[in-house]
Design a protein around this ligand. Sequence first.
Ligand code: TYD
Length: 140
Amino acid sequence: MNATVYNCNVFTLQKIHNRAGNITALNNFIDLSFKIERAYYLYDVPGGEVRGGHAHKELQQLIIAASGGFDVTLDDGINRKTVSLNRPYYGLYIVPGIWRDLSNFSSGSICLVLASHKYDENDYVRDYSEFKKLRERYRR
Ligand code: TYD
């Protein structure tokens, strides 16, 4: 809960280029700094919809625009930054303790998320004022 948005970076993932199409492979501990416990993806997001709107206490994630594109706004309680993902070979690594909003989904886009833990509602912070309080507590 004390990392900042500057600890969240976009990585260019390895691309195996072929004239018949490309492949990107992600291996635990080689291409990723965490072990994938869960993968999930968002799709059929209606135009204008905003997803996310929460932080995680422990979860690490790599977010990939597997198709199309969208914006991810990161917030550590003090700093904010917005990242546009629009290529399947970019991966946004998000550390624990960062509030995120996903917006501006292009039509037909797919947001692939690789996550370090299984789904656990107790790992979510869904209330922004609670998030701010938690962040302040860890700053002291
Ligand atoms: P949530 O993580 O809040 O979605 P987003 O951040 O994309 O807006 O999850 C939405 C719902 O889906 C919530 O009721 C929990 C459920 N869910 C699971 O059951 N398993 C999962 O792995 C995820 C990510 C969500």
